[in-house]
Design a protein around this ligand. Sequence first.
Ligand code: CIZ
Ligand code: SF4
Length: 302
Amino acid sequence: MKKIIEEIKKLKNQKNAIVLAHSYQNIEIDEVADFVGDSLYLSQQAKKTNADIIIFAGVYFMAQTAKIISPNKKVLLPNINAGCLMADMINYKQMRDFKSKYPNIPIVCYINSTAEVKAECDICCTSSNALQIVKSLNSDRVLFLPDQNLGKWVENQLSNVQVITYEGNCPVHHNIKVSDIEEIRNRYPNAKILIHPECKPEVSKLGDYVGSTSGIINYVKNSSDNQFIIVTEKGVYDRLKRDYPDKEFILIKDNLLCESMKLTTLEEILNALDNETTEIVLDEKIRQASANCIERMLKVSK
Ligand code: CIZ
Ligand code: SF4
């Protein structure tokens, strides 16, 4: 493993490349990563960097988002099969059908969606800023896609907004049950339960904190508590365990894994750097329209 890491570092220097890694990636990828975080943070780093090549260790929509906001850089996804089950639940036609059922209502799309879908939505959001984005629309009805759970969680936080959701979800989070939380609460009555809002709203309701991956990591950083139940993909739990060795972390389910996220390996990063594959390419009209959707979000929430 040491040899591969050295080779990646050497090639990164030679080619003026950087590696961005999502917090759900295999943890050894952090050894070669210039930045680790959520999709929005990583895309912002992609925009800021002077590197010529960006290797996105994440899933397809994330690399695509980086390309949308940094069109002049070469963005590479090491494993082209790394898709997102949630983003794949809505294509262009399904989005148009959903929109036409509810005309004249502003439409918010979660960043976990394709460029074609983003291009037709009013404003983008992430799990960190979804509530702020919906509020900023000042509308009593809002369409939200693709994640029904994040949309409904936002609705539950607001007293005066109806959030009409598309029926998408992330199976990794959607399959967590109320009884899973109740059982773990009984076993660890003093632990703080930290839940990702891609879980069902009735599950999120039982958390001590509900937030994005970066929100969960920040919660631990700022907390004086010592025991935490992590209710999101295992990558976050692995990093918390590494970074806070004096605290105790319990993952809600053994091996709560996003298989797509785990497709990227150090070998594939080396291969991607060496052969400059697979490059993300976008139709310029779609890129421009999806960039507008993201820029509107960035104006509300930096
Ligand atoms: O936006 C991201 O990176 C995702 C998929 C989750 C999160 O909560 O950060
Ligand atoms: Fe998509 Fe879920 Fe995997 Fe995130 S954890 S990339 S939402 S399938």
